[in-house]
Design a protein around this ligand. Structure first.
Ligand code: DSN
Length: 482
């Protein structure tokens, strides 16, 4: 089908859909229209966001939403799941083919669900199954109360080693306030204080000392690639299961930018991802596994999950089919090239980047040299139509709420078609806003970490300059809701 035909069909589909929605709750139709206006008119630099294709978006709005399908393909706890079986099989097939994984599980609703399925499948494989064998029971229901208590104790006392949040790890990698930090005895590894880079020898030393059952690799704010062959060596040496959370960079793996030791899938026992970040699919999760862990991951429901979101699994299948097209590899390479352009744009204007640059899809700008907290920088940039998120930098003196950094990613604007010159200009505009933002003071005259003021006319000037670029690269050009 031609692009023009797709545009025209998409436009009428959404115009009509919004009319139907407005007939029930006009405020939701209005908010939906306004969200498109807002997304069209701003520089979306949130590293974990993207713009899914109209085909992916449309797939989510169907009657698959109405169906319960707990269980697995061909083995459901509800009748009438033959079409959901097709959807889940196609999604899993595309995921296996795209990532070269022996097994794929398409049911997780989100990244945290995917990670919980991964954790519990590892616990089932490494702790529960051997215990059941030892006790001569087929499943946990056959255990005596005493044996069950002892197994629960064993399951609740395992160790996990993951990257710390302020070094760029994720909440679900053992951060104490998160369930992952409460389920496991956890320790965290960081980055080298001088370079900001992962120090594999330090990770290995920590792993030797701590002897985790699960070693987690992956990140949400680390601007560099990871050598997963080395992480697997460390895991093997200490008898850990290697779990990789590739949510942020799954698009770069799918698009063959990360290959060899940088592709986690062959090295991890279990790999998790979201589908909506650089992979550019619907909001959801996915688990990939080596054969050895497949049967345990397949027990995601009822182990962790309830009914799968069949409409979202359908959209995952569509997005994964898109990611298998050759043009997705071009897109993925452009994400990485554009991140480099953005980083170079900052460095050439004297800004500080954590690790001194990037070789993935994100940069972490340390805004302390502008005299600002991350929160002040994030707010000032938003005033100018630049959407980012504040983020801790390693050993951040301002903590996780105010922070000293701003994280910026290229997947979304790359989808819109931005290239080298535009990302250089984006860096210039961001530096201009930050240079012209003053921190405020609290009521009692002390320096504030939240209030700020932006110089007269600065936000408008940046909005105008952004509009010029955004107009050249329209978002969902086919969708006309006027
Ligand atoms: N919220 C995602 C991110 O922004 O990185 C991860 O959960």
């Amino acid at each position: 089908m031609t692009d023009e035909r797709i545009d025209s069909l998409t436009s009428s589909a959404y115009r009509q859909a919004l009319e139907v929605i407005a007939s029930v709750e006009p405020r939701i139709a209005d908010a939906t229209r306004q969200e498109l206006v807002d997304q069209r008119g701003s520089l979306k630099l949130i590293a974990s966001e993207n713009y899914a294709s109209p085909a992916v978006l449309l797939t989510m709005g169907t009657w698959f939403s109405d169906k319960y399908a707990e269980g697995t393909v061909g083995h459901r706890f509800y009748a009438g799941c033959q079409n959901v079986d097709t959807v889940e099989s196609v999604a899993a097939e595309h995921a296996r083919e795209l990532f070269g994984a022996p097994y794929a599980y398409a049911q997780p609703h989100s990244g945290i669900d995917a990670n919980l399925v991964a954790f519990w499948s590892i616990l089932a494989h490494r702790v529960e199954t051997p215990a059941l064998e030892r006790l001569g029971a087929k499943n946990v229901n056959e255990l005596t109360e005493e044996d069950w208590e002892s197994l629960r104790h064993e399951l609740g006392n395992q160790r996990l080693l993951g990257m710390s949040l302020d070094a760029g790890g994720h909440l679900t990698h053992g951060f104490r306030p998160n369930i992952s930090g409460k389920m496991f005895h956890q320790q965290q590894y960081g980055t080298d204080p001088q370079t900001g880079l992962l120090d594999y020898d330090a990770v290995a030393a920590k792993a030797r000392e701590f002897k985790p059952l699960v070693l987690v690799a992956g990140y949400s704010a680390y601007p560099r690639r990871v050598n997963f062959a080395k992480m697997r060596e460390i895991a093997d040496e200490v008898g850990a299961t290697l779990m990789v959370d590739m949510a942020h960079f799954a698009g770069l793996v799918a698009g063959k930018v990360f290959t060899g030791d940088e592709d986690p899938v062959p090295f991890a026992h279990v790999t998790t991802t979201t589908t909506h970040k650089s992979l550019r699919g619907p909001r959801g999760g996915l688990v990939l596994a080596q054969e050895e862990y497949a049967a345990d991951v397949d027990r995601g429901c009822p182990m962790v999950l309830g009914g799968p979101l069949s409409h979202v699994m359908a959209a995952k299948a569509v997005a994964l089919a898109e990611a298998r097209r050759p043009e997705f590899q071009t897109y993925a390479q452009r994400i990485a090239d554009n991140a480099k352009s953005l980083a170079d744009g900052f460095l050439s204007r004297g800004a500080n980047l954590v690790t001194g640059g990037t070789d993935n899809h994100l940069v972490l700008l340390d805004v302390s040299s502008f005299g600002l907290t991350g929160r002040q920088a994030e707010s000032a940039l938003l005033d100018a139509g630049v959407v980012t998120n504040r983020n801790s930098v390693p050993r951040d003196p301002n903590g996780a709420w105010y922070t000293s950094g701003v994280r910026l990613g290229t997947p979304a604007l790359t989808t819109r078609g931005f290239g080298h010159d535009e990302f250089d200009r984006v860096a210039e505009l961001i530096v201009h806003v930050l240079q012209n933002t003053q921190p405020g003071t609290t009521k009692d005259g002390k320096p504030s970490k939240a209030s700020y003021s932006v110089g007269d006319g600065v936000a408008d000037k940046v909005r105008d300059a952004s509009a010029e670029m955004l107009d050249k690269h329209p978002l969902y050009p086919g969708i006309d809701l006027s």
